[in-house]
Each structure stands twice: as structure tokens, then as C-alpha cells.
Design a protein around this ligand. Structure first.
Ligand code: AMP
Length: 176
């Protein structure tokens, strides 16, 4: 499978984020899964890509041309696609991937996660969308999802689209 990984262009304060990002990259590669991501060598994004490549896996980067200077292009990717815009990046990543995983990150990661989550909600795809809740980072978001369900803004039958993993093994189990 090819798995899109969305994650921070920063590293986060706690070293556990980088450790778990690298562990996930290694485990995905060891199980023969390729990774699709934003193509940058900075932050957690770079850590995931490095780990997949070190473990002998394939990494496809999708980089908008205007971001090239901010997000330094990873020099050793298996494949890199340059695209015109953020919209094209997200669309290309969706086309290339069979599943989506969001690791901790900032607004960009959330944007990417919610786009593929909401597309699943309205039936535009049936690929799994996983929140990898490292270090409890997404606990408050998960509480908020509960509130959206309680208050009737996410239908109960859509709850199954909110897939959560707390270990790399659980991520593998979901994408299997
Ligand atoms: P962040 O989680 O904010 O560190 O960003 C992670 C990735 O999302 C980076 O590759 C950013 O370029 C990208 N990104 C940031 N803002 C947006 C946005 N509005 N739409 C799509 N991607 C974004």
C-alpha cells in the first residue's frame, strides 16, 4: 500500500514526536508500505521520510513550487512531484495514496487531515483516515469529536470514520 503521512513541519517540543515518527516510518517500510508526503526534509516530515528510506522503503514527495524555499526539498526521495499549488498538492497526495495518517502537527496537518476526513464523510473515498495520537496530542480533538457527535453535528454512523491509533502496530492493523 501507499500511505499518505501528514505531520508537522516542526519537530514539536517533546522528542517523543520525532521518535514515534521515525518508528512509524521504519515499521511502514518493514511491512512493504510506501509513504507519500509533502516532500520536505524539515520537522517531523523529514524524520518520517528519513526513517522509511533508511529501512529500504519508498518515499514519494509532493511539493508545491512556491514552498520550495520554506520547506527544503528532501534530497533522497524515491520520487518527487512538483505541483502548482497547495490544492494540487493535497489532491495529488490523495490520488497517490490508499490510506492517510495524521501525526502531530500544526494547522497544515489539521487542514490535510480534515480534508480527507470530510471527503470520507461525504463518500468521495473509502480509504482509512487515521489519527496517530502520539503522547495524547489529539486527546482534546477527540473530546471535541465526541462533542460534535453529542450535539448532533457528526452523525453517529459516521463515528466509525474517526480511526485512532496510539501505536505504530495499531496503525498497521487499521491499514491491513
Ligand atoms: P504544519 O502542520 O502547519 O507544520 O504543516 C504541515 C504541512 O502542511 C506542511 O507541508 C505545510 O506546508 C502544509 N500546510 C500548511 N498550511 C497549509 C494549508 N493551508 N493547506 C494545506 N497544507 C498546508
Amino acid at each position: 500500500m501507499r500511505v499518505a503521512v501528514y505531520c508537522g513541519s516542526g519537530m514539536g517540543k517533546n522528542p517523543i514526536y520525532a521518535e514515534k515518527a521515525m518508528e512509524l516510518g521504519t515499521v511502514l517500510a518493514q511491512h512493504g508500505h510506501g509513504v507519500v508526503y509533502g516532500g520536505s526534509k524539515i520537522g517531523l516530515m523529514g524524520k518520517v521520510a528519513d526513517a522509511v528510506l533508511t529501512a529500504g522503503g519508498k518515499v514519494v514527495g509532493v511539493m508545491p513550487t512556491h514552498l520550495q524555499t520554506h520547506e527544503i526539498v528532501h534530497p533522497s526521495l524515491t520520487e518527487i512531484h512538483f505541483v502548482e499549488s497547495m490544492h494540487n498538492r493535497k489532491a495529488k497526495m490523495v490520488d497517490l495514496s490508499d490510506a492517510f495518517i495524521a501525526l502531530p502537527g500544526g494547522g497544515g496537518t489539521m487542514d490535510e487531515y480534515f480534508e480527507v476526513f470530510t471527503w470520507a464523510q461525504i463518500g468521495l473515498h473509502e480509504k482509512p483516515v487515521i489519527l496517530y495520537n502520539i503522547n495524547g496530542f489529539y486527546d482534546l480533538l477527540l473530546q471535541h469529536f465526541d462533542r460534535m457527535i453529542e450535539e448532533g453535528f457528526i452523525r453517529a454512523n459516521q463515528k466509525s470514520l474517526i480511526r485512532v491509533a496510539t501505536t505504530a502496530e495499531e496503525v498497521l492493523e487499521i491499514i491491513k
